[in-house]
Design a protein around this ligand. Structure first.
Ligand code: ADP
Ligand code: ZN
Ligand code: ZN
Length: 747
């Protein structure tokens, strides 16, 4: 027998199966999906590989033997093998990249880090122990206490034993040494959410009439046997979560399992709390700040059938649940569902594939669905499930647009308009809370010289440096590569002392507000203040507990949070994402504004949203203020159709990168020629429109230059082969690298 394997760290050009002999010593230990080590190349260096098939014959005449088999607990199931092949086909990644994506990091180490739990029991007869306890020979109180506890309870693990008063690890060790107690080892799972207990409490969910109608439509799909997809389109505050939870209950009642994806910033302690208390020990939570061991163990728990509900961020879509009944993608329009590094997959595509394989329901939910999804819903590819009223009769917030040009004319140079300031004072008087959103961190976004006009840019990237204030003074920071330097007093180019500081970020707003409203405690939440997830979680909890009146921050403040006392939402500058040269700029701005405005007035209290902008007439801003998704969609889809943008075609982005600029330019020319030749020759049947090469929006990042080409086409097996051929050719080149992204979220 031979194993047909993929080498896991193979470069693109040799990412194909290789045959290896299965030696007698390993016969029976290797199957489809096994992870193995094999000798590879002229030096026979040992490489990790995955077995994709067992075959009886091979054409390879110098076939080498498999060296060893890795831990079987992490071998690939049939379904995961299928997923890997799917990823390889649909994202053009290598098989190894796919394997590393479906398995948790740490699964591929020689000795996986699996924790064992010691279970202690008495090793002597009870009478014997009793007389020992009453006699004088055993003097250590700690040891006695441990023995008494085991007499009482029968068995206990080391954690439990050490919780007994006066008992230390040394005492337990001494008892083992004396042969009075003994232990067995048991595999253990690290689960940071274990303290929620195992039982769970399913409080009944009482839906409003509108919610019930939405739920009924979803239930009907759940109970039908074939694979299907639905879009729960519910306005902000309509209570989508309750509908989803009821659908989860129903799926689990059918004995099936569920994956629920949420964006990282919506996975707050509050969300985790709601789900863990409801579903108890049958839940696994997966996100990026789990330790490697915790991820590994979440994977094992799921694989061992101890979990029916997985809640997590993008990569949780690969959770190895069996008997899948539903995959929910909450806030499905979020860009974080698309991976930016290889494999460049979209969680929606993976979910659709998995649901197709197991006859499950893919349930997308959003108040501002992606244009692609809403288009599919309108055309019957997805079932459209609308939820058009806010829960509990809450009204949509009243939105006020403030023209910031007018403020300037009136001599107000602060980022806070009079209108917003008044609204904030009002909130203070009524003891309510406010959220302020500004999509830029730092103090000033640019420093330029009044004399020579130079803008201070990052030495490693082609972007201007942002001015940040810190306790120790002020510094310049590059948001792309992290480069930092002290803020200069004079122009680095001409020495002039006249520098102008332009554009404001969250720090500037914080500074101004502390002057205008010194009595109103403010909390600033952005990448500078929330270095770790814990800090972010803590700030949200503190705000909920009323420790601040104002929550000011970047995108982090806009998503999915439900703060009952928030009645005012302020958008400090609505224009930041509007004039980006990307065909999705309108969609992103509309969705961001709609979501943040929707945070106001959710618990019966009337809400108000103040939108500050330099373009008060802009259609997108007006539609977002009215929360009018339908009108936005009609306008935008007409534009996409007229200009032939997705969903009316597929877009492919080719990026060439390299440190040597002349070499990069030459390669771009070669790439253009190759594409031309292929489209004129063996691929002449493919209709494609090729744009570029042109410099990427940010040309240089971290000393590497980037040139782009964009191709409009229809993705198919054949177009994918076309791009695969290009990748294979370029993966051999030195000094430049080519990366291809099928339907990227930003161009
Ligand atoms: P959405 O996610 O659609 O914007 P949420 O799920 O945050 O809306 O719901 C808004 C508020 O209404 C939340 O405070 C939620 O707890 C409450 N709510 C919604 N539906 C119900 C229900 N059926 N029973 C009780 N409270 C509900
Ligand atoms: Zn100058
Ligand atoms: Zn930089």
């Amino acid at each position: 027998m031979f194993a047909r394997v993929y080498i896991l760290d193979a470069p693109y050009a040799i990412d194909r199966p290789f045959d290896y002999l299965i030696p007698a010593s390993l016969s029976g230990a290797i199957r489809r999906g096994s992870l193995v080590t094999v000798p590879f190349g002229a030096q026979n260096k040992l490489r990790r590989a995955a077995c994709a098939a067992l075959v009886e014959t091979t054409e390879n005449i110098k076939v080498k033997p498999v060296h060893a088999v890795l831990d079987d607990r992490f071998s690939l199931s049939e379904e995961m093998l299928g997923l890997c092949l799917f990823l390889k086909e649909y994202t053009l990644c290598t098989f190894g990249e796919a394997v590393r994506t479906v398995l948790p990091p740490g699964a591929l180490s020689e000795v996986p880090n699996i924790r064992v739990r010691k279970i202690f029991r008495l090793a002597r007869e009870r009478e014997e122990i009793l007389s020992l306890l009453s006699g004088k020979s055993l003097r250590s109180e700690g040891q006695k206490c441990a023995l008494r506890y085991l007499l009482d309870i029968g068995e206990a693990d080391s954690v439990l034993l050490r919780e007994q008063p006066g008992v230390s690890a040394a005492h337990i060790g001494a008892l083992v040494e004396k042969g009075l107690i003994a232990y067995e080892e048991e595999e253990d799972y690290r689960n940071p959410y274990a303290h929620f207990g195992t039982k769970g409490e399913r409080k009944p969910i009482c839906l409003s009439e509108a919610q019930q109608k939405a739920y009924d439509a979803i239930e009907a799909l759940l109970l039908s046997a074939e694979a299907k997809a639905a879009l729960l389109y519910g306005i902000t505050g309509s209570g989508k979560t309750q509908v989803i939870m009821k659908a989860i209950d129903r799926t689990m009642a059918e004995g099936k399992s569920v994956i629920m994806l949420v964006p990282e910033i919506a996975l707050t302690p509050q969300t985790v709390h709601i789900f863990c208390t409801r579903y108890g020990g049958r839940v696994a939570v997966i996100h990026s700040s789990l330790s490697q061991g915790e991820r590994l163990d979440a994977f094992r728990r799921i694989r061992d059938g101890k979990v029916d509900l997985v809640i997590g961020t993008r990569s949780a879509v690969f959770a190895p649940l069996s008997n899948l009944g539903m995959i929910v993608i909450d806030e499905e329009h979020e860009h974080t569902y698309k991976s930016e590094s290889d494999p460049k997959y979209h969680a929606r595509d993976v979910a659709a594939y998995r649901c197709g394989q197991s006859g499950a329901l893919m349930l997308l939910a959003s108040a501002t669905p992606s244009l692609e999804s809403f288009y599919k819903a309108k055309n019957g590819k997805y079932t459209l499930v609308p939820l058009r009223e806010r829960y509990g009769g809450a009204k949509l917030p009243t939105a006020v647009i403030v023209d910031m040009r007018e403020e300037l004319r009136l001599g107000n140079t602060s980022p806070i308009s009079d209108r917003l300031l008044t609204a904030l004072k009002n909130v203070y008087d009524r003891e309510q809370q406010a959220i302020l959103f500004l999509n830029r961190r730092g103090y000033h976004s640019q420093i330029s010289c009044k004399k020579c006009g130079d803008v201070i840019t990052c030495p490693r990237c082609s972007v201007s440096l942002t001015h940040h204030t810190e306790r120790g003074g002020s510094r310049l920071l590059c948001h792309l590569c992290g480069h930092t330097e002290p803020a200069p007093r004079t122009c680095p180019s001409c020495g002039s002392e006249e520098l102008s500081f332009l554009g404001y970020g969250t720090q500037r707003v914080e500074g101004d507000l502390s002057k205008f409203l010194p009595d109103m405690p403010l909390m600033r939440m952005d990448a500078d203040t929330t270095g770790q997830k814990l800090a972010y979680d803590r700030m949200l909890e503190d705000f909920r507990a009323g420790k601040a009146d104002i929550l000011l921050g970047t995108q982090m403040v806009t998503k999915g949070h439900d703060f009952p006392r928030v009645t005012l939402v302020g958008v400090v500058l609505a224009d930041t994402s509007l004039y980006v040269s990307d065909f999705r700029a309108s969609e992103r701005t509309f969705s961001l504004l709609t979501q943040v405005i929707g945070r106001a007035g959710r618990a019966g209290e009337e809400g108000i949203a103040v939108i500050q902008t330099y373009s008060p007439q802009h259609e997108i801003i007006r539609l977002a203020c009215r929360q009018d998704y339908d009108r936005f969609y009609e306008g935008e889809i007409a534009l996409r159709r007229a200009l032939s943008y997705p969903p009316f075609c597929d877009m492919v982005q080719l990026t060439l990168m390299g440190e040597d600029e002349p070499l990069l330019l030459r390669s771009a020319k070669e790439l253009t020629d190759s594409i031309g030749k292929m489209l004129g020759g063996s691929y002449s049947d493919l209709p494609m429109t090729v744009f570029g090469p042109f410099e990427a929006q940010v040309y240089k990042v971290n000393e590497r230059y980037r040139l782009r080409m964009v191709v409009k086409c229809r993705l198919s097996v054949r177009t994918r082969n076309f791009f695969r051929d290009l990748l294979a050719e370029y993966s051999q080149k030195r000094g430049v690298s080519l990366s291809i992204d099928l339907n990227p979220l930003s161009i």
